[in-house]
Design a protein around this ligand. Structure first.
Ligand code: UD1
Ligand code: CA
Length: 455
């Protein structure tokens, strides 16, 4: 059975005070719209289109390559937004279509699938996903006669009695596609807001003698959207808790979760400990038995087993096993640290490979370099990789010893087992097992200070 989805995302979100469409506001570093798209994909929906309006070009730019984007130039209501997807619905050929909001990110694949199963089994023209709220203010109320849904009435159009209903419309509905198209043709905007309400399709389809049903969501999260920054923070909190709970169930240890934010797609192995103030985001994968944090940030990185990342930041890089770093290390994109590498305080590594067991203990910059195994860096080494016009590489052989405060002016190569003397500026290749010294000869002026004192 073919299914389609239409995601309504034309909203501006004035109260966000953002110049992006509301659906692009982020929960755990991901636009809310991406959450909804993932839920649809997870539920196995064949084709999804997005209805965009406010700054539609931003949605087009971000998602247009993967999803058709329909334009709603004037925002005349949820029903009007759905009308903008007419061509998509007609051409899609899917028997059933789900309509959702791009700014309600906590809808999940399971709910989508279960609601579809009920929708199909009951032979409904439309099935509304509802939730029970303690405070239903502002939401459309589900009005029933007996067990059956009659219609949905919006807050502004509702009578006192109707406002007392706590079962509300989530804004997510399964429709038989052909019936949705028919109902859209019948929508009128004669209501308190002068909008085309998608909610009116319920009464319209019932009036045609078709069946309408309600699928009650297990919790009320599915309904949660964000209208302002406060709401967005609440969504982030809920999502954050959920992600942490998943990792707890997988055997990840947390000694408190203050300031811990883990992106939705991050994977962490059992036995790893996450300390406070640690942010893991993007496509990060962490192995077993690591300790990350406190106060670390890891983005799009692959981290092996047994690594320690203490108060450090890692971007788009790979750590093999038992790498130890920190505090205050910055690993910039495209770096690879092999097994047992040790990196100490105030070290930056960029676009470099660092071989097994190499130690870079203090105050060092390693950029655009290929560093061998078991190399020792003294304190304050700098790879001079940029001459103002182009970047060049530094190559350091296995077991080399780079003296303190060495400048390695690239392109340059230090051979296997070679030494550089402290304070040297190395501009020519150093052969294997040689010592390179480059510094002025030391001179002593006896009694200089005493003579100066007399003057
Ligand atoms: C809507 C429902 C209400 C439900 C609530 C759940 C209607 C008439 N009411 O109310 O029953 O309880 O959602 O959150 O449907 N949108 C567009 N184009 C438009 C108008 C809206 O794309 O012209 C999008 C918005 O971006 C948003 C969603 O539709 O994502 C909901 O719009 P909103 O105006 O917030 O609807 P509510 O009044 O909250
Ligand atoms: Ca809303």
């Amino acid at each position: 059975m073919k299914t389609n989805a239409v995601i309504l995302a034309a909203g501006e979100g004035k109260r966000m005070k953002s110049d992006k469409p509301k659906a692009l506001c982020e929960v755990l570093f991901k636009p809310m719209l991406s959450w909804v798209l993932s839920a649809c994909e997870g539920a196995g929906i064949d084709k999804t289109c997005i209805v965009a309006g406010y700054h539609a070009e931003m949605i087009q730019e971000r998602f247009g390559a993967d999803y058709p984007v329909c334009l709603q130039t004037q925002r005349l209501g949820t029903g009007h937004a759905a009308m903008m997807a007419r061509d998509f619905l007609q051409q899609g050929g899917a028997e059933h279509t789900i309509v959702l909001y791009g700014d309600a990110p906590l809808i999940d694949a399971q709910t989508i699938r279960d609601a579809l199963a009920q929708h199909v089994e009951c032979g409904n023209a439309v099935t509304v996903i509802s939730a029970e709220l303690d405070d239903p203010y502002g939401y459309g109320r589900i009005i029933r006669t007996g067990a059956e849904i009659d219609r949905i009435v919006e807050q502004k159009d509702a009578s006192e009695e109707e406002r007392a209903v706590h079962e509300v419309n989530s804004g997510v509905y399964w429709f038989r596609t052909a019936d949705l198209l028919r109902a859209l043709d019948c929508l009128r905007c004669d209501n308190a807001q002068g909008e085309y309400y998608l909610t009116d399709t319920i009464a319209i389809l019932k009036g045609m003698g078709l069946r309408a049903g309600v699928f009650r969501a297990a919790g009320s999260d599915v309904i949660l959207g964000a209208n302002d920054r406060k709401g967005l923070l609440e969504l982030n909190e809920i999502a954050r808790r959920r992600v942490i709970e998943r990792h707890l169930n997988n055997g990840v240890e947390f000694l408190g979760t203050d300031g811990v934010i883990i992106g939705r797609d991050v994977e962490i192995g059992a036995g790893t400990t996450i300390l406070p103030g640690t942010i893991l985001r993007g496509k990060t994968v962490v192995g077993k038995d690591c300790v990350l944090g406190p106060n670390s940030l890891v983005e799009d990185a692959e981290i092996g087993d047994g690594c320690i990342v203490n108060a450090s930041q890692i971007y788009q890089s790979k750590l093999h096993n038992d790498v130890k770093m920190g505090p205050f290390v910055h690993i910039r994109p495209n770096s690879e640290l092999c097994d047992n590498v040790k990196i100490g305080d105030f070290v930056e590594v960029k676009n470099s490979v660092v071989g097994e067991r190499t130690a870079i203990a203090h105050l060092t910059y390693v950029g655009d370099s290929d560093v061998g195994k078991h190399v020792n860096f003294g304190c304050g080494v700098v790879t001079v990789n940029y001459d103002g016009a182009k970047k060049s590489r530094t190559v350091i052989g296995d077991e080399a010893f780079i003296g303190c405060n060495t400048n390695l002016v690239a392109p340059v190569k230090v051979g296997d087992g070679a030494y550089t003397a402290a304070g040297s500026t190395i501009t020519k290749n150093v052969p294997d097992h040689a010592l390179a010294i480059e510094r002025g000869e030391m001179r002593i002026k006896e009694g200089y200070a005493l003579r100066k004192l007399k003057r």
